[in-house]
Design a protein around this ligand. Structure first.
Ligand code: ATP
Length: 218
């Protein structure tokens, strides 16, 4: 049964850290496509970010021509806040009860997993791949650490035989890039070139995002 893999984030903007990670995960799972799922951003998050449509456009440019990466824009199409549990429930309905469904998160996001809406339902809906982020460790006494201890498996093969419920830690190379750093760089008049795909930077300039001068000249 083919595996369905999702990797959520704000992608404001998408950068090479996200893209490399998605590709590494895809390769380690046997070249299965990884679906990038841009999330809804609450209005209070600030004015410097891009709109949902702009983030989506940047993602489309970023993955163009890469068969192992896909976009799933369902959270942008939903009204209001997007909760991962809702997305996984929707996918589970579409894929059927037996298909392995996998959610990818960085250790930073997984460390706060027990504050997610309906987090206790999530292992019943999907497997979780936790990608180790340098400098971020799980508190040993925390719920996420307990989940890892109880449900942890050693290899990607263990995710195939079951639809959900297992946790796999992966340790691919982590590029030290953040969307916050990119937005600050652009806002400060510096170039983010080589941190994001050229097509993404060109489009950021064309649309004048994050305080970029709206010109197309790298
Ligand atoms: P921001 O700086 O705006 O918080 P970000 O760059 O951390 O953004 P997000 O969209 O918030 O990116 O992150 C989505 C997912 O990507 C999370 O699971 C996060 O752990 C992961 N991620 C963030 N930065 C990197 C990176 N450099 N390499 C791989 N994964 C990353």
């Amino acid at each position: 049964m083919p595996m369905h893999v999702i990797y959520g984030g704000t992608f404001d903007p998408v950068h090479h850290g996200h893209l490399r990670l998605a590709l590494e995960v895809s390769e380690r799972l046997g070249n299965v496509p990884v679906n990038l799922v841009p999330c809804h951003i609450p209005p209070h998050r600030g004015e410097t970010g891009a709109t949902a449509a702009q983030r989506l456009r940047l993602l489309e440019l970023a993955i163009a021509g890469e068969p192992c990466l896909q976009i799933d824009d369902r959270e942008l199409r939903r009204e209001g806040a997007s909760y991962t549990a809702d997305t996984l429930r929707q996918l589970r309905n579409e894929l059927g009860a037996d298909a392995p469904l996998v959610m990818v998160v960085g250790t930073d996001a997984f460390a706060g997993f027990d504050r997610w809406q309906e987090w206790q339902q999530i292992p019943g809906l999907a497997h979780i791949i936790v990608v180790r982020r340098p400098g971020t460790a799980l508190d040993r006494e925390s719920e996420p650490a307990r989940l890892l201890a109880e449900r942890g498996v050693e290899s990607a093969d263990a995710l195939c035989g079951q639809a959900s419920g297992r946790v796999l830690e992966l340790d691919p190379p982590w590029l030290d890039i953040s969307a916050t750093g990119i937005r600050e760089r652009i806002g400060g008049g510096q170039s983010p070139r080589y941190l994001v795909p050229d097509a993404v930077w060109a489009e950021i300039q064309r649309m004048g995002l994050y305080g970029a001068c709206p010109v197309n000249n790298f």
